[in-house]
Write a protein that binds this ligand. Structure first.
Ligand SMILES: [Zn+2]
Length: 479
């Protein structure tokens, strides 16, 4: 059972290894786990039940104590002050500096930055002009790592396809054209391959630029950016996302046999890698300081929004999980470590380098937790681990009955948390009411307006209770 799960995870990781992180689906079809057939020893059940008072104190701290409203305030202060935090930018480093100051001000332990080299891509001015059959300027966003068009732009006729298969079948028509992908949205994991691989697929058949229908289930004329990857040995052509509305409009024109002429102008550039930092803070364990419960989110974002949702929210609740434990004077047996990743959006670049530094030490990680699927009203945890570990997580969930956050969903598909996929460390993500996540994701709409103070209080409480109780059990989570 476990080896099958591990294989599935590896296959999943392999199949999307080049996709952008943050590209996981929020499991819209996820169902609460049925009661586990694994029976926990009474000793462990009692150990967990003994934490009910601590859990209540944490929940009260955030919902009616000094922490009430604090998660929203801290989140807003960061994103309103620093703004967008793209990989390689000065504003990302400013966010890291600000967070290092915040973590130190909370008197957390071992606050520091760990160096990581990260990509530096800049957008510049950009537009796509429809020239035929009518004159219209589209709302677009270049994709991360795209090359620019040069000062003249690229003016060419467009071909519209709905799949890679259709492009292959009509490859003779694509030469010298701008390839427009109007693929239907199936799920984020399945559909985002058009964004990550579309430019190289278009270039392979002679396309001169590619425009990708935004990867989202819903749109009010909003383009959503994200990273893309060029395939070695294939010419690099400029690529941008367009709105669902414009993709469908051009598909209708194309089906009608109308000639579509576009001018694509992108100033995008890839600059030299820059030195950044993963941000680290701890509450050092009282009995097993070398053993770690890791909580995380990413500080970097796309360049077009203050990105409160993706993923400053996840970063802030990871800070809050340690902050409350310190404030309440709780002393977990093993170390709680917060990691605020750098350059997640370009493919988990920061977390990859952190994992590399820890690859010989993964036996000391009890669990790796990452919140990067929204901080809406929390419902529990998404979890991947052995049946015995799952039963423990379910039992801890019972401490959160009053917070309505007892769901343990085991359909979690970590893609870049290498601790889980490569080293078998149990992994978790915040389970929350995130049905609207992809309405905002990687768009200009990802702002503080998406976030709710009451939901954030609960997110911080739920994240903290799971992390603290796991850190304070007598034993590490079983593999
Ligand atoms: Zn993200």
């Amino acid at each position: 059972m476990r080896s099958v799960a591990a294989l599935l995870l590896l296959l999943l990781c392999a199949s999307v290894a080049t996709a952008c992180s943050g590209d996981r689906d929020p499991n819209p079809n996820a169902k609460p786990l049925p009661p586990s057939s694994y029976v926990l020893p009474e000793r462990i059940v009692q150990q967990i039940r003994d934490h009910q008072d601590d859990a209540n104190r944490i929940i009260d701290y955030f919902t009616k104590g000094p922490g009430q409203g604090q998660t929203y305030t801290r989140l807003a202060s960061l994103v309103d002050t620093v703004g967008p935090r793209p990989s390689g930018s000065a504003s990302l480093e400013r966010a890291i500096d600000m967070m290092l100051g915040n973590l130190k001000a909370d008197r957390l332990d071992n606050v520091h930055g760990e160096p990581a080299w990260i990509p530096h891509w800049v957008r510049g001015a950009e537009y796509v002009q429809l020239l035929e059959p009518h004159d219209f300027t589209m709302n677009i966003l270049s994709l991360g790592s795209s090359v620019g068009t040069g000062p003249q732009g690229i003016t060419a006729e467009a071909i519209v396809v709905s799949s890679f298969e259709e492009l292959t079948n009509r490859s003779a028509e694509a030469k010298g054209k701008i390839v427009v992908f109007n693929q239907p949205f199936v799920s984020y994991g399945e559909t985002s391959v058009y964004r990550t691989q579309g430019a190289s697929a278009a270039a392979k058949v002679g396309g001169v630029a590619s425009l990708i229908r935004t990867i989202a289930p819903f749109s009010i004329y909003s383009p959503h950016t994200g990273v893309q990857f060029y395939t070695d040995g294939i010419p690099k052509i400029p690529t941008a996302c367009i709105t669902i509305e414009d993709a469908e409009m051009m598909a209708r024109m194309h089906a009608r046999g109308q000639r579509i002429v576009l001018k694509v102008y992108l100033e995008a550039q890839n600059l030299n890698d820059t030195l950044s930092r993963n941000t680290v803070a701890e509450v050092v364990g009282s009995t097993h300081p070398e053993q770690v419960v890791l909580v995380s989110g990413h500080l970097d974002s796309w360049d077009i929004a203050e990105a409160a949702m993706d993923d400053a929210g996840g970063a802030i609740i990871s800070w809050q999980a340690l902050s409350v434990v310190k404030a309440l004077g709780l002393k977990p047996k093993r170390t709680m470590r917060a990691l605020l990743w750098t350059s997640e959006e370009f493919g988990g670049v920061g977390s990859q380098q952190y994992y590399n530094s820890q690859a010989n030490n993964t036996g000391n990680y009890s669990i790796v937790m990452e919140s990067d699927l929204g901080t809406f009203t929390p419902t529990g945890l998404e979890f991947t681990g052995s049946p015995a570990a799952t039963a423990i997580i379910q039992q801890i969930g019972q401490l959160l009955v009053n917070a309505n956050a007892t769901v343990v969903d085991c359909s979690l598909t970590f893609r870049h948390l290498l601790f889980c996929s490569l080293s078998g460390v149990p992994g978790a993500s915040l389970h929350n009411d995130n049905d609207d996540y992809f309405y905002f994701h990687h768009s200009r709409g990802d702002t503080m307006t998406v976030e709710d103070p009451v939901a954030l209080d609960l997110c911080a409480a739920v994240w903290a209770v799971y992390a603290y109780v796991i850190a304070d059990l007598d034993d590490m989570l079983p593999r």
